[in-house]
Ligand binder design. Structure first.
Ligand code: 5SP
Ligand code: FE2
Length: 242
């Protein structure tokens, strides 16, 4: 079964003071999902939003809220996030090795879609049991930057001759992991997050990613709709030719 493109602007790059109208603007520009980064200041060195903000936004939109939980204790967030109206609940494998089965079960019982994320450097094999288990996750999120901040853009034009090959190599390694996952799981939703935009989408889409998170490249664009449609086209073209 072919997977479909889901373009998810990361609201971390939006104007938080106008979250509802920023969300509407992105949906009008063609976004499929809205990516919500929940950070606890512990799992990552940054603090963002939590369930109260999701609850407030939910009053203004019916959109799919793709929540990425960068928190040390994801289990504590299931109940409040479910109540708040989150659609997807993606937790990190690095903090869920012992309780992922309970987590997945509870997420589903709150009518959310479970996903698992991994940081750069975490072996891809760690998510296999979660995809293959009796009660599997429905998405794998591969982080292509160190989690914690938006705007860590892959900008070839900004890099010197020494840094560029190094960074390019790192990116290629992440996308190699996406390729491995896609070969193993042809119909799984595979999301990539961090540094995605016009200059990196082809690498991600040709490796097999179909859910694309993009913050600064979309919010920083003069025409966000063009960036969203370019990324969708890249995913669709690569899916057709695979
Ligand atoms: O989870 C994260 C960061 O930890 C992301 O969702 C970023 O918000 C993506 O931002 P860009 O790299 O696309 O600017
Ligand atoms: Fe994210």
């Amino acid at each position: 079964m072919a997977v479909t493109a889901k373009i998810a602007p990361s609201m971390l790059s939006s104007d938080f003071a106008n979250l509802a109208s920023e969300a509407e603007r992105m949906l009008n520009c063609g976004a499929d999902w809205l990516h919500m980064d929940i950070m606890d200041g512990h799992f990552v060195p940054n603090l963002t939003i939590g369930a109260p903000v999701i609850e407030s936004l939910r009053k203004h939109t019916k959109a799919y809220l793709d929540c990425h939980l960068m928190v040390t204790n994801p289990l504590d967030y299931v109940e409040p996030m479910g109540k708040a109206g989150a659609s997807g609940f993606t937790f990190h494998v690095e903090v869920s090795k012992d309780n992922w089965q309970e987590l997945v079960q509870r997420i589903k019982s709150k009518d959310m879609r479970p996903g698992v994320a991994l940081k750069p450097g975490t072996p891809i094999e760690e998510v296999y049991p979660l995809v293959e288990g009796e009660n599997p996750v429905e998405m794998v999120l591969v982080m292509t930057v160190k989690p914690g901040f938006g705007g860590q853009k892959f900008m070839p034009e900004m890099m010197d001759k020494v840094t560029l090959p190094f960074i390019s190599c790192l990116f290629l390694c992440y996308f190699l992991e996406v390729r491995t996952l896609r070969k193993k799981y042809p119909s799984l939703d595979i999301e990539v997050d961090g540094g995605l935009g016009p200059s990196t989408i082809e690498m991600a889409a040709s490796a097999g990613a179909n859910c694309i998170v993009a913050g600064s490249s979309v919010f920083g664009a003069a025409e966000p709709a063009n960036v969203i449609s370019l990324m969708r086209k890249s995913v669709n073209d690569n899916q057709k030719s695979s």
